[in-house]
Design a protein around this ligand. Structure first.
Ligand code: DC
Length: 231
């Protein structure tokens, strides 16, 4: 089967995962949540008490990460991305606060990004896949058939995260999202930004259904262009 990649990028709380999941089921694609890979690496380093700086060289870090990912099983379904390591499904673990607090730092490291990107490109081969993250359209899949960039006002994004996580401290959630925005969009490598050819959708005042409907129309158009050529 020919690979067909749709990218959805945007900041935390913009609705990427919810929209991507609903869309995947609607159009029968699988879902690649790229954040899961960064969360997995962050989780493992934290569990093993290792800091990125502990590696003597970038080469050593690269080899360590590659060997780690070779033992990882990633299952893509239309409901989401399952990460299985040493026989254990890690979804809950990867949402831990210890991971949340460290993941922006780990994912800012160029060697980590290189290894993850290589892994992601192989993972999507031959699949109809929606990839969700920060740099899917800009760096990892620059020739994706359709690129979406989702945004929403900071307050609205924080409210959504607050409801999702059952965290009782709204101000804390707001602060965490804001800090992540700053870290993810100002980092040196692959900062969060819209690809030039991405279509931006502001989800602040729209329901999931409305956004999905809009993207379905764009997918249909992209598929037509794929078959008949872009006019
Ligand atoms: O989407 P998420 O919340 O699971 O992402 C977790 C972290 O991983 C987020 O703070 C930024 C980072 N990330 C990234 O740098 N690049 C991606 N393509 C996806 C996630």
């Amino acid at each position: 089967m020919e690979t067909f990649v749709i990218t959805i990028d945007g900041p935390a709380g913009a609705g990427k995962t919810t929209v991507a999941r609903a869309l995947a089921q609607r159009i029968n694609f699988v879902l690649l949540e790229s954040g899961a890979l960064y969360r997995f690496i962050t989780w493992l380093l934290w569990k093993r008490g290792i800091e990125i700086q502990d590696f003597a060289s970038k080469e050593e870090l690269r080899n360590y990460l590659k060997s780690l990912l070779s033992k990882l099983e990633v299952r893509l379904t239309s409901f989401g991305t399952k990460v299985i390591f040493e026989g254990k499904e890690l979804s809950e673990e990867l949402r831990r606060k210890e991971v949340e607090d460290r993941v922006s730092h780990v994912s800012a490291e160029i060697t980590v990004r290189d290894v993850v990107n290589e892994y992601l490109r192989v993972l999507v081969e031959g699949k109809k896949v929606i990839t969700e993250g920060r740099d899917m359209g800009t760096v990892v899949f620059p020739s994706a058939k359709l690129k979406i960039f989702l945004t929403a006002d900071l307050e609205v994004r924080a409210k959504r995260r607050f409801q999702d996580t059952k965290d009782r401290d709204f101000k804390g959630v707001l602060k965490n999202i804001h800090q992540r925005d700053v870290l993810d969009s100002q980092r040196q490598y692959a900062p969060l930004r819209k690809a030039e050819d991405a279509i931006e959708i502001d989800t602040t005042n729209h329901s999931v259904e409305e956004v999905v409907e809009q993207i379905v129309c764009l997918v249909e158009r992209a598929m037509r262009w794929e078959e008949e050529g872009k006019p």
